[in-house]
Design a protein around this ligand. Sequence first.
Ligand code: HEM
Length: 138
Amino acid sequence: MTPEQIVLVQDSFRKILPISGTAADLFYDHLFEIAPEVRSLFPDDLVTQKKKFIVMLATAVNNLDQIGKIIPAVEELGKRHASYGVVDKYYEPMGAALIWTLEQSLGTEFTPEVKSAWTETYLVLAGAMRVAAATAPA
Ligand code: HEM
């Protein structure tokens, strides 16, 4: 990612934070709409999950300029996901739901440049998770 893309992601995430509760609601609702098969992997009550997801995303976004520092934690996250029953193909709808939520929440501020910077961010995180999950001992 370029330094400009990192700034675009960090600035736009700062705008989402005050409405992160609503954004998380939108995100999971949309995810379960486009990939209903993943609903049963999650607990019925999503309150804690929503908070954990936002905190993890915030940590990643804040550290994009020193990504090497958080990659080990992201890899561990990927390995845990395999144990939750998350398979490779679920990463695609997850990414689509994230981009859709950002678009809904940021409106016209979600420019093509912001969109591609976020797409890149998700690919970096999901990529590290998927590789770690694939190489984790069974
Ligand atoms: C960049 C991508 C993702 C991030 C940052 C992320 C983040 C998290 C975090 C922080 C947790 C809390 C538990 C833990 O730390 O181990 C979690 C749990 C979970 N995630 Fe993800 N996740 C991602 C992708 C996915 C995908 C693609 C799926 C597939 C549907 C998924 C499904 C789940 C499930 C089922 C749980 C466990 C819920 C529970 O049993 O409490 N995640 N995720």
